[in-house]
Design a protein around this ligand. Structure first.
Ligand code: GLV
Length: 326
């Protein structure tokens, strides 16, 4: 019998790939851009494992082309790129990389919050444009972070990590999430309705996974409830936010600014109107991108593949219910 074959849809840190190669035959997609859907479809029939990225759409037809596959491991904590019910129906374990990126992602959410509050990208551009002629009492004045009210929507691991940072800034923390008021109080927050959060917060930070329920959770109605001085931060998924409604709200001064690590679609097209706004800071989905965290994510993704090949439960499995049915 030949060795198990695993396709890795992008270059990973060599240490992780070397470790994986001790367990199976590894094929790596070396291109900078992701493989097309058809490339994965073409290969998947011969694979025992797939290590994929959030840029790869993994749907039911792909799974049907791979009745032999033992594991699909996503190099991300989010897994909205994968049809999980379809995987569960077919008994395919899906791995993700939770935990290791919480602090790095929370650091970045806070970096976006600080950068938009204090208008750092605009200030850099101001110099570039030759406008720094003198110190001026009002130029480039921003919003205070210390002591402000922060609204956290979705209080899982990353939302809680952002709350810990906010405590250091003496912020009042309002939370709209599924966790109980007690759990939220223990984390230093106050559970409120989404409407109350939107109406009272100086900063709103999104930390929900993308699901049918959270698709365009923040749209025209929600943006209109926010303060005209409020700043919206999204490090979750682009589609949690309606981009057209956001553009109108930023353009019309319904909210003050936004900091977006994620967009709809990704990558954001260069002619997207959001990119024309000085009060919208957009960066290319890099919240978990520290060298150390990305290396840990690769290690976890490899651990999941190895466990799956060996018929063991994945260390971090998003559909563990499949093991009950066996
Ligand atoms: C990144 O967005 C992730 O889900 O890990």
């Amino acid at each position: 019998m030949g060795r198990d074959k695993v396709f890795v849809t992008r270059e990973l840190p060599p240490a992780s790939l070397d470790r994986l190669a001790k367990h199976c035959e590894v094929e790596v997609w070396h291109e900078f851009l992701p493989p097309d859907y058809d490339v994965i479809l073409d290969k998947i029939g011969g694979l025992a494992g797939l290590l994929c990225l959030l840029t790869d759409r993994i749907d039911a037809p792909l799974m049907d082309a791979a009745p032999q596959i033992k594991v699909i491991s996503n190099l991300a904590v989010g897994y909205d790129n994968i049809d999980i019910p379809a995987a569960s129906q077919r008994g395919i374990p899906i791995g993700n990389t939770p935990g290791v990126l919480n602090e790095t992602t929370a650091d970045f959410a806070f970096a976006l919050l600080m950068a938009t509050a204090r208008r750092i990208p605009e200030a850099r551009q101001y110099i570039q444009d030759g406008k720094w002629l003198t110190w001026h009492p009002t130029v480039l004045s921003g919003q205070d972070v210390f002591g402000a009210t922060l609204g956290i929507i979705g209080c899982g691991r990353i939302g809680a990590a952002v709350m810990r940072r906010a405590q250091g800034f003496n912020m009042r923390i309002l939370v709209s999430s599924l966790e109980s008021a007690d759990e939220i109080r223990q984390l230093g927050g106050e559970k409120v309705s989404l409407d109350d959060l939107l109406g009272q917060s100086d900063f709103v930070s999104l930390h929900v996974p993308l699901t049918d329920e959270t698709h365009h959770l923040i749209g025209e109605r929600e943006l209109k409830q926010m303060k005209p001085t409020a700043i919206l931060i999204n490090t979750a998924r682009g589609s949690v936010l309606d981009p057209q409604a956001l553009y109108a709200a930023l353009r019309d001064g319904e909210i003050l600014a936004a900091g977006l690590d994620v967009t709809e679609p990704e990558p954001i097209p260069l002619d997207d109107p959001l990119l024309t706004l000085d009060n919208c800071l957009v960066v290319p989905h890099i919240a978990s991108a520290s060298v150390a965290t990305r290396a840990k994510m690769a290690e976890m993704a490899v651990d999941n593949v190895i466990a799956g090949l060996q018929g063991q439960p994945l260390p971090t499995c998003v559909n563990p219910e499949i093991y009950q049915r066996r």
